[in-house]
Ligand binder design. Structure first.
Ligand SMILES: [Zn+2]
Ligand SMILES: [Zn+2]
Ligand SMILES: [Zn+2]
Length: 156
């Protein structure tokens, strides 16, 4: 997916719809809070930190949102594959293909902080094969590549 100017409202509604379907088919509850948190994560293609989410929720509700409830909602979204965690930014980004399980691979722009998700079996295979050569069992695998996106490179 490239992030040229686009109708982002559509990204959001598609993601929320996909989440509803996914939760429905798995028989897990897509509560109002879970939905709201996912919507906030999807407000842009920039990964969003838990504290930003807390701040927005608190502002909207006029009282401090409880951190544990937000963390639990984020854990739920992670478990369902609806968001990925970007360790280098300690932040979360929405996944546009949650219906199939995959590991996160991201190009992260150091200037605008947009994260572009790659979903390359080749990268996954290369990691799995290399790990196997070391007798290593992969439990979690997130590839984060830092650099400059096409738009920021042009503007530079
Ligand atoms: Zn978008
Ligand atoms: Zn994904
Ligand atoms: Zn950029």
């Amino acid at each position: 997916m490239s992030h040229q100017p686009h109708d982002h409202q559509r990204c959001i509604s598609t993601a929320l719809q996909a989440a509803e379907q996914l939760c429905g088919s798995k028989g897990v509850r897509f509560t109002e809070l879970r939905r709201r948190v996912l919507e906030l994560v999807w407000q842009s293609h920039r990964p969003l930190g838990a504290y930003d989410i807390l701040d927005t929720l608190s502002r909207e509700d006029g009282r401090r949102a409880a951190p544990p409830t937000v963390y639990r909602a984020l854990d739920f979204l992670l478990e369902q594959g609806l968001v990925h965690r970007i360790a280098s930014l300690n932040a979360f980004v929405g996944c546009s293909s949650p219906e199939h399980r995959h590991q996160g691979q991201f190009l992260i722009c150091r200037n605008c902080h947009e994260a572009t998700e790659l979903d390359q079996q080749r990268i996954h295979r290369a990691i799995a094969d290399s790990a196997a050569e070391h007798g290593f069992t992969v439990e979690a695998e997130t590839v984060e590549v830092a650099g400059l996106c096409a738009r920021c490179r042009e503007a530079a």
